[in-house]
Write a protein that binds this ligand. Structure first.
Ligand code: 5AD
Ligand code: SF4
Length: 468
């Protein structure tokens, strides 16, 4: 038998999955039932995809996956982009500790972006001693191996890497939805926007090989119709590969995959969005009519301090070009209010951009100071001033989005049904190509299907409709 240290990484992890299966089976015998596990995800699509990878391994080693956190094994896949994400984790850990006191077999693991911060690890080591396993974003591929350590060791297991250049292919993954899936095309970020902690917790930018991406998607399309290509900045995909390729070229290759009906991607940095990409999107039958183009601020002064590397005028020019080339494109955005040094006049500039671009939706965030980022050392804006400005921005977003979204009222469009409506089980919820949600009468048999829906009534960010 090959020595485990000599195996390639994928084989090594399969070896540990075998081993972990033995541990889980033994636990099952002790419990007299199949051990249960719950994975809770905080944060973005990148994290959601990572959780699917965790679930893939947990299922393979024999856990029963449940939604209830009163389980034999609970994993929090954390986010640290804003401080409120961190606070939610600390709050909920207290609840988990209560469960653990009643279930001596219970294990608790923490992973994800928040774990890449040394101060967080210190705090957990000091105040949350009941946590059993901690790992980070760079070594998630060795989850099976860490599971074995968890079963084979007493006390807290901690394994955090500062960075990695490794991409491990072909590990198991369990998709939350069978008909749509996120696909990582790159990891990390090299942009260093001055407010953002992501480059510190997700490491340097590295792209997956196009062949691996295509192979993964081909494997998914058997029962899937929609994929979302994921990266912190997809527009710089492929630049550092041995054989460089642009994101637009990758999209063209993905488009050729038979059976695939819809292609989405996230996130585009405005400074890197090429004419080539606009051209490819314009002529594509599969790429969805949705572009998420984070603005962050409409003030060139603030944009410069944010190290965004575009001006208000350059952003507006880009948005105009997209509108001209692809008129039915929905543009959505992210906006931060309260960045250090931001005045009412700066917020006026942001509001001006919102009115001119006419976003279909905008996620507005109050600036959150992240230790270690350049903006944390800048002079902060008092909280009470930020709240007032935030409300002004939100109001503008709501007004313009309603107007923008409602422009399809009365029309019939393609909707991919995603689930039974959360509030009313006689309805289903689906998504238009431009990412707008539509609720309409239907049942579970429609989930995963593309259907024609009449858009009867616009309610701000979504539609009520009926199938035709
Ligand atoms: N404070 C507030 N919002 C932030 N974002 C990133 N970092 C911060 C921060 N420190 C927002 C940006 C980004 C989105 C994912 O989160 O708008 O586009
Ligand atoms: Fe996603 Fe960033 Fe949050 Fe990490 S810190 S989960 S990359 S949003």
């Amino acid at each position: 038998m090959t020595n485990v240290t000599q195996m390639n990484e994928t084989d090594r992890q399969y070896y540990f999955m075998e081993k972990a299966s033995g541990h889980v089976a033994k636990l099952g015998e002790e419990l007299g039932r199949r051990p249960t596990c719950c994975v809770t995800t905080f944060g973005c699509q990148m994290n959601a995809r990572d959780s699917e990878k965790l679930v893939g391994i947990l299922e393979k080693v024999g856990y029963e996956i449940i939604e209830d956190e009163n389980a034999d094994f609970v994993i929090y896949n954390t986010c640290t982009v804003r401080d409120n994400a961190n606070q939610r984790v600390y709050g909920r850990l207290g609840v988990l500790n209560g469960y653990k006191r009643k279930n001596p077999h219970m294990k608790i693991a923490l992973c994800g972006c928040m774990m890449q911060e040394p101060t967080v690890i210190e705090k957990i080591k000091n105040s949350y001693r009941f946590v059993d396993l901690i790992f980070g974003t760079h070594n998630i591929f060795k989850f099976a191996e860490l599971l074995c350590s968890l079963f084979e060791n007493e006390g807290m297991v901690i394994d955090i890497w500062k960075d990695t250049d490794k991409i491990v292919e072909d590990l198991p993954v369990e998709r939350k939805y069978s008909f749509k899936s996120g696909i990582n095309i790159m990891f990390g970020c090299n942009n260093f926007c001055s407010y953002c902690i992501v480059p510190y917790v997700r490491g340097r930018e590295r792209s997956r090989n196009p062949k691996d991406i295509i192979r993964e998607i081909e494997g998914l399309v058997a029962d899937g119709v929609e994929i979302m290509l994921l990266g912190q900045n997809v527009n710089s995909y492929g630049k550092n590969l041995e054989e460089p390729i642009t994101f637009a070229q990758l999209l063209q290759e993905v488009e050729r995959i038979e059976g695939l009906e819809r292609i989405r991607f996230m996130t585009s940095h405005p400074k890197d969005l090429s004419d080539e990409l606009i051209e490819v999107m314009k002529h594509s039958k599969k790429i969805c009519r949705h572009l998420h183009l984070p603005l962050q601020s409409g003030s060139t002064k603030i944009l410069t301090a944010m190290n965004r590397r575009y001006t208000k005028e350059q952003y507006l020019e880009l948005a105009e070009k997209i509108r001209k080339e692809i008129p039915d494109m929905a543009i959505t955005t992210d906006i931060i209010v309260g960045f250090p040094g931001e005045t009412k006049e700066d917020v006026d500039e942001t509001i001006d951009v919102i009115r001119r671009v006419k976003y279909d939706n905008a996620f507005t965030f109050i600036y959150s100071k992240r230790t270690g980022t350049p903006a944390a050392a800048m002079e902060q804006v008092p909280e009470e001033l930020v709240k007032e400005q935030f409300d002004r921005v939100l109001k503008t977003v709501q007004e313009t989005a309603r107007e923008q979204v409602s422009r399809y009222q009365g029309q019939i469009c393609d909707v991919l049904v995603e689930e039974i409506n959360e509030n009313d089980s006689s309805l289903v919820t689906g998504r238009m190509s431009n990412n707008t949600l539509v609720h309409f009468p239907g049942d579970a048999s429609l989930v995963g299907k593309l259907v024609n829906v009449s858009l009867d009534e616009c309610h701000g960010f979504y539609y009520m409709g009926h199938m035709v």
